[in-house]
Design a protein around this ligand. Sequence first.
Ligand code: PGA
Ligand code: MG
Length: 220
Amino acid sequence: MTGIVFDLDGTLIDSAPDIRAAANAVLAAEGRAPLTLAQATHFIGNGASVFVTRMAEAADLPDDPDTHARLLTGFLERYETAVDLTRPYPGVPEALDALAASGHTLGLCTNKPAGPTRAVLAHLGLSGWFKVIVGGDSLPVRKPDPAPLLAAAERLGGAALYVGDSEIDAETAQHAGIPFALFTEGYRKRPAEQIPHDRRFARFGDLPRLAGDLLGSTVS
Ligand SMILES: O=C(O)COP(=O)(O)O
Ligand SMILES: [Mg+2]
């Protein structure tokens, strides 16, 4: 089994500034104060709809279905093209390159909707690495349900590792029965020691060797 599946927000890319900007445009239109970067970062992880619920709560907006639908539509409209403030974490392209060179096929399983996922990957020149992309709206369920990760794994012919930054990713990997590598510099809410993982790393430069150790592949 050579497949490796990645989470996106807080793992491969630091996208919180763009997500915050999309949220703050919606809040401005509602006459509300902006979110701080720390707030926006904390609200990421369970997909767009949950993000909007948390955003509305922070801004003291009502939580009725009509308001939620209006806020979510406005957020998704802006999110679709929110790419300018997002950067890959240092060493990401090189690590993907090294993993591919050592024979791994790569996939993505994210709770970010598929539209913004494809837009940001294209903008950053990262699309070409991934043989499969499963977004937060690709299936009727999203992480921590294991179905999206299992779907990505199946399309890679099996996955030997899931790489993510959050409690949700750890739980998803456990449910799917796939080993988990935790990137410690993303958007996790708890200390790394409290998040179940098989391996953890703080620098992408360390991932190819870590994957090699874990999976018995040779890193070139
Ligand atoms: O967009 C989110 O809420 C989370 O995205 P992620 O699954 O790539 O971390
Ligand atoms: Mg993440």
